[in-house]
Design a protein around this ligand. Structure first.
Ligand code: S3P
Length: 178
């Protein structure tokens, strides 16, 4: 699975609300890695909230910022990279991450995701009259892309700490560490 790859980093992919950022921070802490969140970096660099990028420049402009950032990430080392939920929909993004990172996907059901995100307003794609239906349809469309991850972990029934432990275990197995 890892032939020709140098797994210097760990990337977390998955739908909004599956715990990528919280788990990623904990994993980075425990591995003594840096932590980087693609959404945060895009917001900092553009000086705009993601909602504003979507409303002022459009989703395609945001996707381009993601692609540009993913290219840059090939030079980071010992970093946990938490990605925006739509980033792996571009196959080139996932291919690029796989060159240098073990890619772990966090997975939850639409109902659980809805429960986690229902009171939040910073995700433009969920500002819909029926967010649960939107989650179901987006998740169904994205499932084949998420399933290209090296490892799939169900985060629905586990605490953040338990998911982080699973992620670390998988990283240690993949990199041959005890
Ligand atoms: C998006 C997910 C968000 C953010 C943007 C678009 C998506 O990131 O990148 O709102 O397309 O699923 P999180 O998954 O961190 O919420």
């Amino acid at each position: 699975m890892n032939a020709g790859r140098h797994l210097a980093n760990l990337a977390l992919i998955g739908f909004m609300g599956t715990g990528k950022t919280s788990v990623g921070r904990l994993v980075a802490d425990q591995l003594r890695f840096e932590f980087l969140d693609t959404d945060d970096l895009i917001e900092t660099r553009s000086g705009k909230a993601i909602n504003d990028i979507f409303s002022q420049n459009g989703e395609s402009a945001f996707r381009q910022l993601e692609c540009d950032l993913v290219e840059e990430l090939s030079s980071v080392r010992q970093t946990v990279i938490s990605t925006g939920g739509g980033l792996p929909v571009s196959p080139a993004n996932l291919d690029s991450l796989k060159q240098h990172a073990l890619v772990v996907c966090l997975w939850s059901s639409p109902e659980k995701i809805f429960e986690r995100v229902r009171d939040q307003s910073h995700r433009p794609l969920l500002q819909s009259p029926d967010p649960l239906a939107r989650i179901r349809s987006l998740l169904a469309t994205r499932e084949p892309f998420y399933k290209r991850a090296d490892v799939l972990i169900n985060s629905e029934f586990r605490s953040i700490r338990e998911v982080a432990q699973q992620v670390i275990l998988q990283f240690r197995l993949a990199t041959g560490q005890k």
